[in-house]
Design a protein around this ligand. Structure first.
Ligand code: SF4
Length: 726
């Protein structure tokens, strides 16, 4: 910490930057990778975290962790950690600068763009990887302090569909489940989820289920999860919507529906029943590639189930009709009354460690606390809770991620601030996106590492602290808020994102607006006030110590402890929603929502005859690998080079052998990958793991109309052997 930084950060009204470090002994943290939200105890020695172990008493992971969790500390000591701000010169080189200069440049450049081009001309792209308090600070600073109109997060790439589906069907973005439901079901339906690999600890929770559950997996690929299923429905890609409607058709025809629940708690059943008449088993078999017998057996298993839980992840969320597909899953739960009871639910499993925090508190497409920018009462509540003038709060949602990208393309957006996401790797149709980024007058990237594909493009790089180098909270998939203690110091002059926001607020001249935002816990209290009266009301949490002693707390947890929508389970640490059948819509009824399936936007043809599927590779890899690639141990657990899975019959036909370099080409680009000949992919399909930077050179930019989430899972490609040049 330089003297200069302390001086700059300690400006009027801001006080000193908090630099609290957990005392020697043990600290606790929620894992910073996936949304499972495992608790990890950090072992401290001489003020530094030297080891970790999963907490056996935490209700999420019960003493377990996957390889990424075990190796969490390895990513903190990498040689490409940012230790000082970097400013790009006109010759392209980057030079280290002090934080005061960085904050001055940030302020001057963005203000200049705003002055010349108006309020739409600056935007930010955030993340689901930083703490809830930091997400809220970014959103509040951007919109209320700096006058940015548009900000979105990388959660658009993974969870926007679940948000849209829940909001429309339930009246609020409310995943209803608790992880104990994995252990209480007698039928578990996984749609587009390779749980074994993507959420290994949740798969372990299924293994603990004493009811010997039927496990049904809907996935075009024979994934690790599908191999362990009692029924694998290897559908044609993106025919899941037809399958789900076909299952509903059979359940209704066999009278295996919960008429009482439907009548008391839903709207739209008659219309849905009329709609699904068209989805006969013969039609669905022809569209999905399954047999009529498979479809009938699946419906029969669900219909006979005592407690059926439905779970989905990116195979559903990243499709061209994603929201309606998620709602087709929700419809099945409503139809059969499988919601609000142990072992049931229409359950979206989130991707990133704090995607759920982002969904409620990032101030992007929701006002803080899951409120609406368009609602005067909501704006007034938030203004009061934060002590800010109400006219600081915009009256409309932000542009979504893809709309911000299009704004840059047409010259409306000239300045962009990217926080903790590697967009130049992960955004769909990568070549186009990088060309779009190159049009920006000013790109700021705030990240742990100066070497990511995105940081390398920045005009200004701001070095950020990583997981366990700062304090705050994450919210996991089952709505559990968990506390992270600071257990290590960030390297060099890197600052927590929280302190970067404080510093920038001060330089921007809006520090007074954030006088109360002087520590993560003080922000947590502000967010509690924003949540008051909402379905996600957390006003009953008595601060971080309460979270620590309770094993995390699931929302809602209102001060009254008696919200209508919440009932205590026998296990007080597990809470599920809708136990009384009352939803968050104005009439407290859930909606049956549906729409005709439409063809995939880029079907295979003579020129590009294969369907490309993408997804997670191994449980040792995380997204764009900016962190997992730093661990020597994790690197031993996955192939170091990109590979493409291809069916043996296709490989034979094209003279491809395992281990040979193979060209995969789409209309947007081409790459070379090592062939991996395996029957886990169907004929006519290939699979690429998303973690390697080349993959999004091929993907097709298409977006679900309701959630605006990109459809990464399907496009047409050609493949061929790469022959050595003479
Ligand atoms: Fe748990 Fe996910 Fe972390 Fe693995 S990556 S330890 S499953 S939270």
């Amino acid at each position: 910490m330089t003297e200069e930084l302390a001086r700059v950060a300690g400006g009027p009204g801001l006080g000193q930057l908090p630099r609290r470090l957990a005392p020697s002994g043990m600290a606790q943290a929620i894992c910073g990778f996936c949304s499972t939200g495992c608790n990890l105890k950090l072992h401290l020695k001489d003020g530094a975290a030297v080891n970790l172990s999963p907490d056996p008493n935490y209700p999420v992971n019960l003493g377990m962790a996957c390889p990424k969790g075990w190796e969490s500390l390895a990513c903190l000591t990498a040689s490409d950690r940012g230790t000082t701000p970097l400013l790009r010169a006109t010759d392209g080189s980057r030079r280290p600068i002090a934080w005061s200069e960085a904050a001055d440049v940030f302020t001057a450049r963005f203000k200049d763009i705003q002055r010349r081009h108006g309020p739409d001309s600056v935007a930010w792209l955030g993340t689901g990887q930083i703490t809830t308090e930091e997400l809220a600070f970014l959103g509040a600073l951007g919109k209320f302090g700096m006058g940015f109109r548009h900000g979105d997060g990388n959660t658009r790439q993974c969870m926007a569909t679940a948000v849209a589906a829940y909001k429309q069907s339930f009246g609020f973005d409310a995943p209803p489940f608790t992880y104990a439901d994995f252990e209480a079901s007698d039928v578990i339906v996984l749609v587009g989820s390779n749980l074994c690999i993507a959420h290994p600890i949740l798969w372990q929770r299924i293994q603990r289920n004493p009811h010997r559950p039927e496990i049904l997996v809907v996935d075009p690929r024979r994934t690790e999860t599908a191999m362990a299923a009692s029924q694998h429905l290897a559908i044609r890609p993106k025919s899941d919507l037809a399958l789900l409607y076909g299952i509903a058709h059979l359940l209704v025809a066999a009278e295996r529906v919960d008429r009482e629940f439907i009548a008391a708690h839903t709207v739209g059943f008659q219309q849905f029943r009329d709609f699904i008449r068209a989805f006969s088993p013969d039609r669905v078999a022809s569209e999905t590639g399954l047999t009529v017998g498979q479809i009938v057996r699946t419906a029969d298993t669900i219909g006979r189930g005592r407690a059926v839980s439905f779970w989905w992840t990116m195979g559903v969320n990243q499709g061209h009709q994603a929201t309606r597909t998620a709602q087709a899953i929700i419809n099945l739960a409503l139809l059969t009354g499988n919601i609000g009871r142990p072992g049931t639910g229409a359950n979206s499993i989130t991707g990133q460690c704090n995607a759920m925090g982002s969904r409620l508190f990032s101030n992007t497409t929701n006002l803080l606390g899951g409120r609406r920018f368009q609602d005067p009462a909501d704006r007034s509540h938030v203004a009061m809770a934060l002590g800010i003038p109400e006219d600081r709060i915009p009256r409309d949602d932000s542009w979504a991620y893809d709309q911000i990208v299009e704004g840059i393309r047409r010259g409306a957006v000239k300045g962009l601030w990217i926080v903790a996401t590697n967009a130049a790797h992960s955004w769909i149709h990568q070549k186009d996106f990088r060309e779009v980024l190159a049009r920006l007058e000013f790109l700021v990237v705030q990240d742990m590492y100066f070497s990511t594909e995105t940081a390398a493009l920045a005009h200004l790089f701001l070095p950020a602290a990583g997981w366990a180098e700062k304090e705050g909270t994450f919210i996991n998939s089952e709505r559990r808020i968990g506390w992270i203690q600071k257990a290590a110091r960030p390297p060099g002059d890197a600052l927590s994102d929280f302190n970067i926001f404080r510093l920038l607020a001060n330089h921007w001249g809006c520090g007074d607006l954030f006088r109360q935002w002087n520590s993560p816990e003080s922000v947590f209290r502000l967010l509690q006030a924003c949540s008051a009266g909402q379905p996600c009301d957390i006003t009953g949490i008595r601060g971080y110590a309460h979270l620590a002693e309770s094993g995390g707390i699931q929302w809602p947890f209102a001060a009254s402890h008696t919200r209508d929508h919440l009932a205590e389970d026998t296990h007080p640490r597990e809470r599920r929603l809708f136990t009384d059948g009352r939803f968050f819509t104005p009439d407290q009824r859930a909606r049956f929502l549906f729409e005709d399936p439409s063809p995939s936007p880029e079907p295979p043809d003579a020129e590009y005859p294969f369907v490309l599927l993408t997804g997670r590779g191994t449980s040792a890899q995380w997204h764009t690998q900016t962190r997992t690639a730093k661990s020597a141990l994790l690197r031993q657990l996955y192939p170091d080079r990109l590979y493409v899975e291809i069916h043996p019959d296709d490989a034979r036909r094209l003279s491809l052998i395992s281990g040979a370099p193979t060209c995969v080409q789409s209309r947007r680009g081409q790459l070379t990958a090592t062939a991996f000949v395996t029957a886990t992919v169907p004929r006519g399909h290939v699979f690429l793991p998303m973690h390697y930077p080349e993959v999004n050179q091929l993907t097709l930019p298409n977006f679900d109309p309701h959630s605006r989430q990109p459809g990464y899972k399907h496009c047409a490609v050609a493949i061929a052997a790469v022959h050595p040049q003479p």
